[in-house]
Design a protein around this ligand. Structure first.
Ligand code: FAD
Ligand code: DHB
Length: 392
């Protein structure tokens, strides 16, 4: 098979790239390891920056988003005895929206079907070839067990942290930066109305906790746990007890409602950046090139920002013959990547228990400053609500 752009991975990055290229009349083929229903059901991110929302709406995939998402003006930050609201709209002129990654994925898959675009799900043995030449290709075995070869002008590696694309850039030209954190998150989805109007990020001596949500009837929670935590040791009762202790500490009299837990998983936490994001005719976007710890809700938004940039660069190249944006793609994308990497590291470091009591006092001092000094609050608000798509 021949196509203009071979896209590896049908997560948010790959699906959005396929859609944006389609709007520009550029043909692509998606190759995904999992089934479509598996990808749709994977519970991950839940917060969209204003510029992510705008982009999805402008691209014609924002109808259900406009109807069903919940717009939030800001977040609560708390520690024992104190809960404070940060109003991003006042501080930074932008809001954020609650809309699950599962829903973004469904909307993008539907757009792909309506456009009649080609996609191979349940592909195995996916390999990239000749990315440093003018004739790159991807080989794989399709869901019927038939070997396939996809020839393309360009390959987009949107295959997440564990996909093969990053490894197709030779070690000699590749650099990586990495930080492992000495804790993880236990994520919980529950059938219970949120006990809060906006997200609560909680510092607590027992460890970080967060109250998020997916809809007026579904809440999402996270608890700081050990990186090697055995999920079998976390009964539903133990989860609710820990969440209640950590979340109720912020405001006397406030109560956490509990309900039926429908999903529970442990998420590792790391920061990871690889450069360059382009080699020859291979371009990386999203988690294939970088991972941020989830505190600050940047992962999905960063993938969308990469893709917005990449779609423009590929359109200019493949439709207009201009390679300038393709040449600058990696450098431009990495400026935002490092800003979000710093912000996510900073939020993570400020809110999780680690180190000793001296570290705890520094964290509490930083939290106090963030809610009392407008300059500090504005810095958090601008980063959380998101930099403009064209941020350089
Ligand atoms: P992905 O969504 O990972 O998509 C990559 C796709 O490539 C996948 O569908 C995968 O199946 C496919 N693939 C992998 N290998 C191959 C192969 N060999 N061949 C073909 N296809 C392949 N961010 C937040 O902001 N908040 C959160 O709460 C949050 N929670 C998360 C929880 C988990 C468990 C994980 C892993 C991530 C979480 N993130 C969160 C991050 C966010 O979900 C990601 O940043 C986002 O999914 C990035 O999109 P992507 O398309 O780049 O990568
Ligand atoms: C969610 C995840 C995050 O990492 C975050 O900072 C806020 C919300 C969520 O899954 O809802």
């Amino acid at each position: 098979t021949r196509t203009r752009v071979a896209i590896i991975g049908a997560g948010p990055a790959g699906l959005l790239l396929a859609h944006l290229l389609h709007l520009e009349g550029i043909d692509s083929v998606l190759v995904e390891r999992q089934s479509a229903s598996y990808v749709q059901a994977r519970i991950r991110a839940g917060i969209l920056e204003a510029s992510t929302v705008d982009l999805l709406k402008q691209a014609g995939v924002g109808t259900r988003l406009a109807a069903e998402s919940m717009e939030h003006r800001g977040i609560y930050l708390q520690w024992p005895g104190e809960r404070h609201h940060l109003d991003f709209v006042k501080l930074a002129g932008r809001s954020v929206s609650v809309y699950g990654q599962t829903e973004v994925t469904k909307d993008l898959m539907r757009a792909r079907e309506e456009a009649g675009g080609q996609a191979f799900y349940e592909a195995s043995e996916v390999e990239l070839h000749d990315v440093g030449t003018d004739r790159p290709s991807v080989t794989f075995v399709d869901s019927d067990g038939r070997p396939q070869r996809l020839e393309a002008e360009v390959i987009a590696g949107c295959d997440g942290f564990h996909g093969p694309s990053r490894g197709a850039i030779p070690d000699a030209v590749r650099d990586t930066w990495e930080r492992e954190y000495p804790f993880a998150w236990l994520g919980v989805l529950a059938e219970v109305a949120p006990s809060t109007d906006e997200l609560i990020y909680a510092w607590h001596p027992d460890g970080f906790a967060m109250h998020s949500m997916r809809s007026p009837r579904v809440s999402r929670f996270y608890l700081q746990v050990r990186p090697d935590e055995d999920i079998a040791e976390w009964s539903d009762d133990r989860v609710w007890t820990a969440l209640t202790t950590r979340l109720e500490a912020g405001e006397p009299g406030w109560r956490l409602e509990t309900g039926r837990i429908t999903e529970k998983s442990v998420l590792p936490m790391r920061s990871f950046v690889t450069t360059p994001m382009r080699h020859g005719r291979l371009f990386l976007a999203g988690d294939a090139a970088h991972i941020v710890p989830p505190t600050g809700a940047k992962g999905l938004n960063l993938a969308v920002a990469d893709v917005a940039l990449l779609a423009r660069a590929l359109t200019a190249w493949l439709s207009g013959g201009s390679t300038e944006l393709a040449e600058s793609y990696s450098d431009t994308a990495l400026r935002r990547v490092w800003r979000c990497t710093h912000f996510s590291w900073w939020m993570t470091t400020m809110l999780h228990r680690h180190g000793d009591d001296f570290d705890a006092q520094l964290q509490l001092s930083q939290l106090r400053r963030t809610v009392t000094a407008e300059a500090a609050a504005t810095e958090l608000a601008e980063n959380y609500a998101g930099l403009p798509i064209g941020y350089q």
